[in-house]
Write a protein that binds this ligand. Sequence first.
Ligand code: PMP
Ligand code: GLN
Length: 389
Amino acid sequence: LVDSEGGLRPTIFEEMTGLAQRFDAINLGQGFPDTDGPAELAELAATLISNDDAAARRNQYAPGSGILTLREAIARHQHRHYGLQLNPETEILVSTGATEALAASLMAFLSPGDEVVTFEPFYDSYAAVTALTNATLVPVPLTLSDAGARPDLERFAQAVTEKTRVILLNSPHNPCGVVFTQDELRVIADAAAAHDCIIISDEVYEHLTFGSPHIPIATLEGTFERTVTISSAGKAFSMTGWKVGWASGPAPLIAAVKSVKQFLSYSSGPAFQPAVAHGLDHGEEWFESLRTALREGRDILVNGLREAGLRVIEPEGTYFVIADVSSLGVRSAADLARLLPEHAGVAGIPVEVFAIPEHQSEFSSWIRFAFCKRPEVLHDAVARLKDGL
Ligand code: PMP
Ligand code: GLN
């Protein structure tokens, strides 16, 4: 988090997007779609920003928990998809993206010295926010093999101890594309119960799966009461810049998250929140078309990377595929990622940045590419990689 001169390092996303812009490379680094989500949502938000009728405009603070219309739509969504019954008044909190919900949850539950167990590689904010709370991240590496990326549940069971306060789960998983199975989730939920831990479940890619169904861990018997579930309209509706996310769970946990959240952003997105509510209520066809488009993008990139000679783990969900560059005789995917924008015209993210320094060597030959791009862009990227690698 902090460099040798005491400064905060820019995130890898900023660094790689900067390189992509400098060399006019195709940016398969930072995960954002190159096609915006439903136009009707954008039109609704635009109307709420600049309606001629001042009473219909929404440019002033939203309520701290989020507008009730959105919280009600989230409750209906969780019920329709997962059978979860949530009270929109007390069990749902709207946040400034999933990032804020994650930060507020970790800050709410962690004290210095507590441990947070998570699977590795992990989304970069997990380590940063855990460090800000002076708690300790205990990462359990996923096992990467031709059969896919899977959690090592024995190592996981050993990692959860009386010091563990939070189990931080991410399924579908960024960057490995794993969708955790019911059996895997049961082991994780049982460990949480045995050691009385809180589960923070990052489900921002819940709708982006290509076969294996997404199962919220909160739906497992006996698990709701200890789980904060987090999601994001950025991913669900391909509007990553809107930064509308939410946390849901039992009232005492959500109250604790809110107590922190109110001093992070207080509130945000008054014109976006009603648009997201509309999307959640009318989004089923959109979700289906998004999945179809992403599956096509995944296949173009997976096949193209294989043709370029890389070993690839085929993702079951998310925007991302990870590829092993050791077959090219390259040892450091981080060095390669810093050269690719200039020399191949494509940007990717080295997977080791999603690991703690002591574990980086386990992931040093892996690079992540995003496939949430139009087919012609992905075909172009594949052609450039075949030429440039
Ligand atoms: N969690 C994961 C796993 C992510 O990949 C991301 C990045 N999009 C986030 C959280 C943050 O989501 P948001 O943009 O809604 O803050
Ligand atoms: N979640 C996106 C990714 O993993 C980007 C988020 C960010 O830019 N911080 O690429």
